[in-house]
Design a protein around this ligand. Structure first.
Ligand code: NAP
Ligand code: GCO
Length: 268
């Protein structure tokens, strides 16, 4: 007899850490996990970002714990996780959302710029996961959700560091699954398509004559849904992967992309 019921999607009693959730996709995911019953911790790399995030959560009527923490700094991450464990409890759900992109032609990109993207988008999820897994093992369960990208699968001009990092994040997801599945830790990824946030704002800016950005029109044509995604489109998939309902899903990347990775594109 299956013990599945709608409570399987509940996160009541769970503690979730969503990195880089002072706005954008991270905030939307934090909102959804909170709606499903989780207590939320988030971080920003700056005091200003933290304050902005806390004010926004207050507006939403959400009581959350916020921390200033650079996800690339292992010592700072260890301290943040220890503080969360003291103030909220062991982290049951980690969402590695914090990330950056630099759009620079590869031959013009400095090694330092390449390294910074890989550090934030790949090394930091390793650092965060390493910090929370021991307590998850002790507790007997845990959920790690890595925010990958359609660029975990596809490349394009100027995003070499980002695509390399997000491709690596896909494989880190599979490796955490492989190494800790037997400890009842499920590690999956969400691969958003093109989502309307501050990160993609430059790709959607109106042209001087008021017309749409060519890239904006290109993406809308390439996406079967015929639109950019919104952060809200990621809420349901995040709750599913954070909940007991996905206990037998491990090492998978769930593409939430309006179909773009499945579509060759309309004949011009
Ligand atoms: P965003 O608006 O730029 O938000 C990224 C967040 O990451 C910011 O809140 C920033 O926080 C945080 N962050 C960056 N570096 C950090 C660091 N060193 N330490 C702590 N926090 C740091 O981007 P978004 O569109 O919401 O993207 C969120 C995630 O989704 C990223 O991993 C991105 O790669 C991924 N993604 C986005 C899209 C899209 O189309 N938008 C598609 C696929 C995947 P502070 O500024 O507060 O420090
Ligand atoms: C870009 C975009 C993409 C999105 C996202 C797509 O420059 O092509 O920023 O990289 O951010 O990752 O899934």
């Amino acid at each position: 007899m299956s013990n599945f019921n709608m409570e399987s999607f509940s996160l009541k009693g769970k503690v979730a850490l969503v990195t880089g959730a002072s706005h954008g996709i991270g905030m939307a995911i934090a909102e959804a996990l909170h709606q499903a019953g989780a207590r939320i911790a988030f971080n920003s790399s700056s005091e200003a970002g933290l304050e902005k995030g806390l004010a926004a959560y207050k507006e939403l009527g959400m009581e959350v714990k916020g921390y200033v923490c650079d996800v690339c700094d292992e010592e700072a991450v260890r301290k943040m996780v220890a503080d969360i464990e003291k103030e909220l409890g062991i982290v049951d759900i980690l969402v590695n959302n914090a990330g950056i992109i630099r759009r620079i032609p590869m031959t013009e990109m400095s090694v330092d710029e390449f390294r910074k993207v890989v550090d934030t988008d790949l090394n930091a999820p390793f650092i965060l996961s390493k910090a929370v897994i021991p307590s998850m093992i002790k507790k007997g369960h845990g959920k790690i959700i890595n925010i990958c990208s359609l660029m975990s699968e596809l490349g394009r001009e100027t995003v070499s560091a980002y695509a390399a990092a997000k491709g690596g994040l896909k494989m880190l997801t599979r490796n955490i699954c492989s190494e800790f599945g037997e400890a009842n830790i499920q590690c999956n990824g969400i691969g958003p398509g093109y989502i309307a946030t501050s990160q993609t704002a430059p790709l959607r800016e109106r042209q001087p004559d008021g017309s749409r950005h060519p890239f904006d029109s290109f993406i809308v044509a390439k996406t079967p849904a015929g639109r950019w995604g919104e952060p809200d489109d990621l809420k349901g998939p995040a709750v599913f992967l954070a909940s007991d309902a996905s206990d037998f899903v491990n090492g998978q990347i769930l593409y939430v992309d309006g179909g773009i990775t499945a579509y060759i594109g309309k004949q011009p």
